[in-house]
Each structure stands twice: as C-alpha cells, then as structure tokens.
Unconditional design. Structure first.
Ligand code: 3HC
Ligand code: NAI
Length: 696
C-alpha cells in the first residue's frame, strides 16, 4: 500500500496521516489511499476511532486542480467522503494550516472537527469557476445555517479557526501540535462515549428566498456565474433526500467544469504562480534589501513608500523641498491610516512605520547607505536623468537603482549612471500600496541579480511581479495605448464613450476605459498627447475632444467632471452632457458620418485590438509568455479574472476567427490593424497561445 497516507494505531485510534506535499491536494493517489486506510482501520481489531491529520503545511488544500479538465479518476471525492461518513468507527478531522474546498468537504464528512488556532477553512471553488462539488453545499448549511454558508462559499474567503468555531464548522479549537491536539480530542470523545455524528443526518436549517438570493448573487458576480450556482446547489438540499441534493450539486459542478469561466479561472490560478518563475533567475541570489529610498513623494512615490513600509522596509523619501516633503508625508499618513482602519496593521506597527522607519529628506547625501532606490519623479527624461546621475554619485556600490517610469526608456536612463547593470524599471500601478501588479522592466544591461532583487522586492510586497522588456509603455501601457486608440476610433466613427464603457463593463471589466480615464486623471493622457504631437508623433486620427475637456479644467473624478459628472459621488456617475457635442464637432471637422455600434461589435473590436497588440508584445519578447500578458491585464487593468486574460480569452474564442476579423478591420486602417506576425504564425500552425506557455 502506498504511504501517501500513513497508518498507525495509537491505543483505540487509527491515525491516518496525509503526506502529499506541498499542500496535501486530494489527488487520485490520496483519495485511493484514504479509502484503503479506512478499510484497514475498519478491519483493525480494537480500533474504535479514526483520526485524519495532515503532515506539512495543510490538512488538505482541496481537490488536485491539475486533474481538472481531464477525465476524472475513481475513487471520486463525493464517494470517498460518503464512505468516511458512513464508517461505523468514530471519525475525527484534526486540522491545521488550510482546509479548503474538497479539504473542508472531507472534514465535513468526518463526525467531528478539531483545529489548532492558526487553521483556516474555506470553500474557494468559486475562484476556480466552480462550486463545492463533494457535499460542501449540502453539509455546510446544516452546520452554520443557510446565509453564513452561502456567504462563505460565494465569497470563497478563508475563515479563521475562531470564527469557524463560532459558525459551528469546528467543534473545538485547541492550541498545540495538530496530532496531539487531535488525539486528546478523540480520547475525550471516546471516554464520554460520544456517538458518531454524520452531518448529512442533521436537520436542514430554515430555507430562504432562493430566487432573490440567486438574482442578487448573480448581479454581484459581474458576469461570473459560479457564485450564483452555489445558491441553486444549496436550494437543491430542500428538494428531496440528501442523496438527491448531492446529485444536484454534482450536476452543477460538472456543468461548470465544462465552462470557459472554469478554464479562465484555473488558467489565472496557475499563471499567477508561474509568472515569477523565470528560468534565467534560477539559482540567482537577490541582493539584500532592508532599507530603500523613494525619490519623489507624489501619488506614486507616496504609494510605493507606503507599500515598502507595510512590508517592513525602512524608507528614506527624498523630495524637492521641505513643503513637498511634508505633503508626501501627509499622503503616506493617509494611506497608513487606511491600513490601520481596515485592521491590516496594529497601532504599534502604524506608529513605528511613521516613526523610525520613515525619514523624509531633501539632501541626496542622506541616501548613501540605502540598498535600493525607486525613482518616482515627473515623467520627464531630462529630470529622470538628472536624478539618476545624482544617485550614481552618492549611492553605495551594489545599490539597485530603479525607475517607476510609465513609458520612458530604461536603457537611456541607465546611461545617465556609471553602473547601468544596477539599473532596472520597477513599474508600480496606482494606488501602489493597493494594486497587485508590478512590472519588473529588464534593461539591456540589467544584471541578473538586480532583476532577481526586483522580483524579491515584489514578493516581499505581495505583488504579482511580471518580467517586461523595454519599449514604449512596457507590457501593460503599450497594450492599453492600442486598445484605447481602438476605442477612440470607434468614438469618431459613431460610438459614444458611454456605450463603450457599458459594453465593456458588461463583458466583465471592472470599469470601462473612459471611466478609468476619469479615475486616473485626464491630464495624464493630455500631457502624453501634447508630448507626442511635439515630437511629431500625433496619431493618424487626432481627436481633440478630450483636450477640450482638459482645457475647461475637467480632469475626471478629481475635479468632479470628465467624461462623467461626479456631482453625486464616484458611484453615481452620469454622462457629462458637454462630451457628445465636443465629439460631434470632431466628427464634423474630420468629415465623418457616424454609424451605430452594437455592444458585441464594440467588444469584438476592442478585444481584437488588445489581443493583436499583446501578440506583438509576446512576439517581440517584451513579454516572455502569453500568460505574462494575461497576468498584467488581470492585475493591473481590471480584466475579468473569469476570462483568464486576453490571450486565454483569444484561445477560447478561436484564433482563426479573430485573425479574420483583424484582417477585415485592416481594410479600414491598414497600419493600426496590421496583424501580429505571431498571431498569423499560430493560426497557420493550428496552435494557440497556451501552447507557448508550456514551451517557455
Ligand atoms: N491542487 C493542485 N496544486 C495545488 C493546489 C491544489 N488544490 N493548491 C496549491 N497547489 C500548488 C500550487 O500550484 C503551488 O505549486 P507550485 O509550487 O508548483 O507553483 C504549490 O501548491 C504551493 O501553492 P502556493 O504557492 O499557492 O502556496 P501558498 O502557501 O501561497 O498557498 C494555498 C497555499 C492557500 C493552499 C493556495 O495554494 C490555494 O489557495 N490553493 C487552492 C485551494 C483551492 O482552490 N482549493 C479548492 C480546489 S477545488 C475543489 O476542492 C473541488 C471540490 O469541491 C470537489
Ligand atoms: P506626481 O506629479 O504626483 O509626483 C511627482 C513627485 O515628484 C512630486 O511630488 C514632485 O515634487 C517630485 N519631484 C519632481 N522632481 C523631483 C526631483 N528632481 N527630486 C525629487 N522629487 C521630485 O507624479 P506621479 O503620478 O506620482 O508619477 C511619478 C512617476 O510615476 C512618473 O514617472 C509616472 O509616469 C509614473 N507612474 C505614474 C502612475 C500614475 O498612475 N500616476 C502609474 C505608474 C507610474
């Protein structure tokens, strides 16, 4: 018998120890092993109870996600759990680390559950586009009541041990080694003659208004369907026997398994982890970083300093004047007050971060001992070069010099120093202490250990770090520039910004591009357009309506008006009535007769532009793999996670059809819609983007 599940008799108790590192996923071998060990325990003379305990980091992290999308292998998890629950022996789960998804479902199939205080439980299947598929929707409500159970499964959140105890998911929480805690608990049960307590036999709690709960959950999912199906699965518990409920749950689970949403979310799960695995950095040790400097304390500098403080780093922030320094401190204080209010840090941490850990300076000499610098001054090459030359003069040898530039050439910035090998881009997203994405921009001369240091810093700050090459806008902003241009063209041709936002929000974007522009500030794009025009790089169809808005002082949310009017607050935006006349004036000036755009056409064109540019970014090596682009769009640009990312979406949509559309659009504008060579190649070879993820 395999030793994935260890077997040991301790007095009257058969102890089943799960050994499937790193997180005890319930692979076929684990399921079979548990089944066999249950048989063994039941045949073991004198055994009165079974205790299941995990070795290593977790009780069980859930079903083995790597098995999804392939034919499911027996024994199936619901059958195993039924077998455990039906055992004549008393069965106890001794839980530590995480018990998630199928892992919690195994625990719910046991007759009692004890956990250590650090344990966390949850049913996160919705994050994989699924519902709990091994009895979670049928058993959890019997312990907690319907509403708490639905909240846990539709949010997919991790529930701490004490809360799980209050919700009756756990029977006891005891401090100590899980095995010892578990054995003491089982002893207690046996000595007081406690009976088996199958959760499936507990009475159902009071029902709720299922249709209302389904509709509310569906609306909240912004297009994601699995949370709402949790409601229907729980409802099914009320339609017949326990077995009927299980069957209904399984049917929904299997139906969801066939969806693009399941594929998209599982792609996101694995890509999020794969994105920072870079073969060239294997074995490369990052440089030590304990103390950093941030240059410039505006929106980004203050956010980056906050992120650094929250991850335990010491920060020197350099501003141009004492007044600018005081304003920067004010921004950091406001950010940290938010973290304190949300319980992310303690009052002591908060005091320390604003005390010894943060120093605001105006003199470069104060930066002589820092390990790493992140520059976040104005987006102007001359200013950046001057800053880097000054850093080069004062920073100690080995100090990593990073720029947070959005678009500028890292290699040119590096040339302002005598140590281009120590220079790279660390491109954060606003607000930098909240947004999860970090682009690590690798220059032509960036040393491997400097790049490794960038990734290590990202990990310390709990960011999703993505490697990017040098080009105008790197991965994200370069692709953004293209799909925004596509949206701008659709406006000139007849769509309104409001129709475009509505179509893309219905597709699943957190916000449409014009609502995003209002949030970021219309002045940013205005400055870029002015720079490009001055450099003779004006776009072929140079609309001016957005400039007119800025000229009138309408910069978006921060001035209360942009594409939308925010008089009633950010959540109740209404279209700004000045916008359409400005657009119509542009159309008239350019001699354009506007036409209607259906929401499907808006989405198709916008996505085609995004995918085509993304394919160029991968083809040119700016992004290493398609999945890197997907993670940039997911974590930095509000792309719906349940669609996996633009290139995963493209694979599921079908590359030949997309390429046909791009070629058709190219008849209107041959330069803008020039097909990406990589896309043409993949279509010619009958392959898809995901094939490249596996190769690189
Ligand atoms: N199946 C397969 N592999 C898994 C896994 C799972 N359920 N959970 C984690 N892994 C892998 C990760 O891919 C990673 O592999 P890598 O080292 O090759 O990149 C490794 O285990 C370690 O994972 P993390 O890097 O994520 O480690 P953390 O300590 O940060 O997090 C965790 C651990 C909280 C368990 C996190 O991995 C997680 O949330 N896992 C997913 C849990 C989940 O969704 N469970 C439900 C599965 S669906 C289900 O059970 C269906 C059922 O209802 C029938
Ligand atoms: P900002 O205008 O809010 O802040 C810039 C700060 O730098 C100001 O406080 C200014 O006083 C200071 N500063 C300017 N020159 C300086 C110098 N020589 N020495 C010290 N301090 C100096 O600008 P923001 O938005 O914070 O942008 C900063 C950088 O981050 C830019 O390169 C920008 O492209 C980039 N960025 C901006 C994002 C955004 O959403 N705002 C997102 C990602 C990157």
């Amino acid at each position: 018998m395999s030793d994935v599940i260890g077997y040991e008799r301790v007095g009257d108790v058969a102890v089943l120890t799960v050994r499937n590192p790193p997180v005890n996923a319930l692979s076929q071998a684990v399921r079979q092993g548990l089944w066999d060990r249950m048989d063994q325990a039941e045949a073991d003379a004198g055994a009165r109870a079974v205790m299941i305990v995990g070795e290593g980091r977790a009780f069980f992290a859930g079903a083995d996600i790597k098995e999804f999308g392939k034919p499911l292998l027996a024994p199936f998890l619901p059958d195993l759990i039924h077998r455990i629950e039906a055992s004549p022996l008393l069965v106890v789960a001794a839980m530590h680390g995480v018990s998630l998804g199928g892992g919690l479902e195994v625990a719910l199939g046991c007759h009692y559950r004890v956990a250590v205080p650090g344990a966390r439980v949850g049913l996160p299947e919705v994050h994989l586009g699924l519902i709990p598929g091994a009895g979670g929707t049928q058993r959890l409500p019997r312990l907690t009541g319907v509403e708490p159970a639905l909240e846990v499964m539709t949010s997919g959140r991790h529930v701490g041990a004490q809360e799980a105890l209050r919700l009756s998911i756990l029977d006891a929480v005891e401090d100590g080694d899980p095995r010892t805690v578990g054995l003491a608990f089982v002893d207690g049960l046996l000595s007081r003659g406690a009976a088996r307590r199958p959760v499936s036999a507990l009475p159902l709690p009071e029902a709720i208004d299922w249709d209302a709960a389904f509709a509310a959950t569906l609306a909240k999912g912004r297009g994601q369907i699995s949370p709402a199906w949790c409601v229907r699965a729980v409802e099914a518990a009320y339609g017949g026997s326990f077995a009927d409920g299980m069957q209904a749950e399984r049917k929904i689970f299997m139906d969801l398994m066939e969806t693009d949403q399941r594929q998209g979310m599982i792609h996101a799960f694995f890509s999020e982890r794969a994105v920072s695995h870079l073969p060239e950095l294997k074995g490369v040790a990052p440089r030590d970083v304990a103390h950093i400097a941030v240059i410039g304390g505006g929106t980004m500098g203050a956010g980056i300093a906050t992120a650094a403080l929250l991850s335990g780093l010491r920060v020197h922030l350099l501003e141009m004047s004492a007044e600018a320094g005081a304003a920067a401190r004010g921004r950091i204080e406001a950010n940290l007050a938010g973290a304190l209010k949300r319980g992310k840090i303690s009052a002591d941490d908060h005091a320390a971060m604003l005390g010894d850990a943060l120093e605001i300076v105006t003199d470069y000499a104060a930066l002589a001992q820092v390990d790493l610098v992140i520059e976040a001054v104005f987006e102007d090459m001359a200013v950046k070069k001057e800053v880097f030359a000054r850093l080069d003069a004062v920073c100690k040898p080995g100090c990593v010099l990073a720029s947070n530039t959005s678009y500028l050439d890292i290699d040119e910035i590096a040339q302002a120093t005598s140590r281009p090998g120590d220079v790279l881009g660390l491109h954060f997203f606003s607000p930098a202490h909240v947004m999860k994405l970090l682009e690590v921009v690798v220059g032509a001369q960036s040393a491997d250990d400097v790049v490794a240091t960038g990734f290590a810093l990202g990990q310390r700050m709990k960011k999703i770090s993505v490697r990017a090459g040098v080009c105008d806008g790197f991965i994200g902003n370069r692709i953004l520039a293209t799909y925004r241009t596509c949206a701008d063209h659709m406006i000139l041709d007849g769509a309104s910004p409001f129709e475009i936002d509505a179509a893309l929000e219905a597709f699943g974007f957190a916000m449409g591009p014009f609502a995003v522009a209002d949030l970021a500030g219309l002045d940013i794009g205005w400055a870029v357009r002015k720079r490009k025009r001055a450099e003779g790089q004006a776009p072929s169809r140079d609309a001016t309506y957005a400039d007119r808005l800025c000229e009138h002082g309408h910069f978006g949310q921060k001035t209360g008006r942009g594409y939308y009017d925010y008089a009633g607050g950010a959540r109740t935006r209404v279209p700004n009535p000045d916008v359409m006349p400005l657009i119509e004036a542009d159309r008239a000036r350019m001699g354009i007769t506007p036409r209607d755009f259906a929401p499907e056409e808006i989405v198709r064109r916008y996505m085609a532009a995004m995918v085509n540019e993304a394919a160029k970014v991968v083809g040119e090596g700016i992004a290493r793999r398609p999945l890197d682009v997907d993670m940039v769009l997911l974590f930095g640009y509000g792309f719906p996670r349940y669609r996996g990312g633009p290139l995963k979406w493209a694979d599921m949509e079908g590359l030949p059809g997309l390429l046909d559309d791009i070629r058709r659009y190219a008849a209107e504008d041959v330069d803008f819609w020039a097909p990406a060579p990589l896309l043409e190649q993949l279509v010619a070879e009958g392959r898809c983007f995901d094939d490249l993820n596996k190769e690189r």
